[in-house]
Design a protein around this ligand. Structure first.
Ligand code: NAD
Length: 291
C-alpha cells in the first residue's frame, strides 16, 4: 500500500505535530477540526514550529515554505475523500472518536487506512466502530510529535498485515522509530508513565510536597528531564485523567484510581498549558505553581 496523501482529524496539540511531521516527510496533508478557531491557530503554530526547527538547524530554512504548502486545512470531512491514510487525533473521549468515525467512514475510499492517535483506548474496540477494522491501526505519536523519536504501533485484533507494514513504513519515512505494543489499556508508554504522574498528583494531594518540591525532586533526584506535574500540564490534564480512567476501568484494579485532585483540576477547566493554567499558571511571564 503506497501512502502519499494523509488526512489528520483534530488540529489540537497532537494533530498539529502530526501534520508537521508528515509534511516534512513529503506527504500531502489535509487537517480537519470541528472547531474553526483550532484550525486557524494550527497553521500559525505549525509555521512557528517549523521556523524554530530551521533556527536550530534540524531542518533547513528552505524546507519551511514547501512543508507549509503541503498542508491544507478544512472543517468538513469531504476533503478526506482522496486520502490514502487518515490519522484521527481528536479529543481523548471514546464517544467523540466514535462520532468522528461514523461521519468520516462513508466519505473514505474503500482502500483508505484509518489510524487513531489515542493514548489509551482499545484499538480493537475503536476499529469495531468503523466499516474497516482490518484497515484500522493505532499510531501513537508522542508529544511534541516533531521532537519525540518514538511512535507506538498498536494492532487491533483484526488489523491486517498490509496495514501494519504500511504503518511501519510510514513511521520509518518520518525518520522516527516504532515500537509495537499489544492492544491493552494505555499500551506501553502510558501504562507506565501515567500511573507515575497520577502518583505525583496523590503526593501533592496528600501534602507530601508542593508542586515545586515534587517536580524538583523528580528532575534532580530521578534525572527526569521535566517534573511529573510539569509533564502532566504539558500532556493536558483532561487527557491524563482520561488515560487513568481507561486504565482503571480496563484493568479493573484500584491501583489505577485517578487522584481526586486531578479530577478537580479538570472540573475547574485548569487543563494545563493549553488552557493557560494547570499545576502551574502560565499566564504571566514565568510559570507559577498553583499549589
Ligand atoms: P487537544 O485537546 O489539544 O486537541 C483535540 C482536538 O480535537 C481539538 O482541537 C478539538 O477541537 C478536536 N475535536 C474534538 N472533536 C472533534 C470532532 N468531532 N471532529 C474533529 N475534531 C474534533 O488534544 P491532543 O492533546 O491533541 O490529543 C488528541 C489525541 O492525541 C487524543 O486521542 C490523545 O489521547 C492523543 N495523544 C495526546 C498526547 C498528549 O500528550 N497530549 C500524546 C499522545 C497522544
Amino acid at each position: 500500500m503506497n501512502i502519499e496523501r494523509i488526512g489528520v482529524v483534530g488540529a489540537g496539540q497532537m494533530g498539529i505535530g502530526i501534520a508537521h511531521v508528515c509534511a516534512i516527510a513529503g506527504y500531502d496533508v489535509v487537517m480537519e477540526d470541528i472547531n474553526p478557531d483550532a484550525l486557524g491557530k494550527a497553521r500559525a503554530a505549525i509555521e512557528r514550529n517549523l521556523q524554530r526547527q530551521a533556527a536550530r538547524g534540524i531542518i533547513t530554512p528552505n524546507d519551511v515554505a514547501p512543508a507549509l504548502r503541503r498542508i491544507r486545512t478544512a472543517n468538513d470531512f469531504e476533503v478526506m475523500r482522496d486520502r490514502d491514510l487518515v490519522i484521527e487525533a481528536a479529543t481523548e473521549d471514546e464517544q467523540v472518536k466514535r462520532a468522528v468515525y461514523r461521519d468520516l467512514c462513508p466519505r473514505l475510499g474503500v482502500n483508505t487506512m484509518l489510524a487513531s492517535n489515542t493514548s489509551s483506548i482499545s484499538i480493537t474496540r475503536l476499529a469495531a466502530a468503523t466499516d474497516r477494522p482490518e484497515k484500522f491501526i493505532g499510531l501513537h505519536f508522542m508529544n511534541p510529535a516533531p521532537v519525540m523519536q518514538l511512535v507506538e504501533i498498536i494492532r487491533g485484533i483484526a488489523t491486517d498485515d498490509e496495514t501494519y507494514h504500511a504503518a511501519v513504513e510510514l513511521v520509518k519515512k518520518t525518520g522516527k522509530t516504532s515500537a509495537q505494543s499489544e492492544d491493552f489499556p494505555a499500551f506501553i508508554v502510558n501504562r507506565i508513565l501515567l500511573p507515575m504522574i497520577n502518583e505525583a498528583v496523590y503526593t501533592l494531594y496528600e501534602g507530601v510536597g508542593s508542586v515545586e518540591a515534587i517536580d524538583t525532586a523528580m528532575r534532580l533526584g530521578a534525572n527526569h528531564p521535566m517534573g511529573p506535574l510539569q509533564l502532566a500540564d504539558f500532556i493536558g490534564l483532561d487527557t491524563a485523567l482520561s488515560v487513568m480512567q481507561v486504565l482503571y476501568e480496563g484493568l479493573a484494579d484500584s491501583k489505577y484510581r485517578p487522584c481526586p485532585l486531578l479530577v478537580k483540576y479538570v472540573e475547574a477547566g485548569w487543563l494545563g498549558r493549553k488552557a493557560g493554567r494547570g499545576f502551574y499558571d502560565y499566564r504571566g511571564e514565568k510559570p507559577v505553581p498553583t499549589r
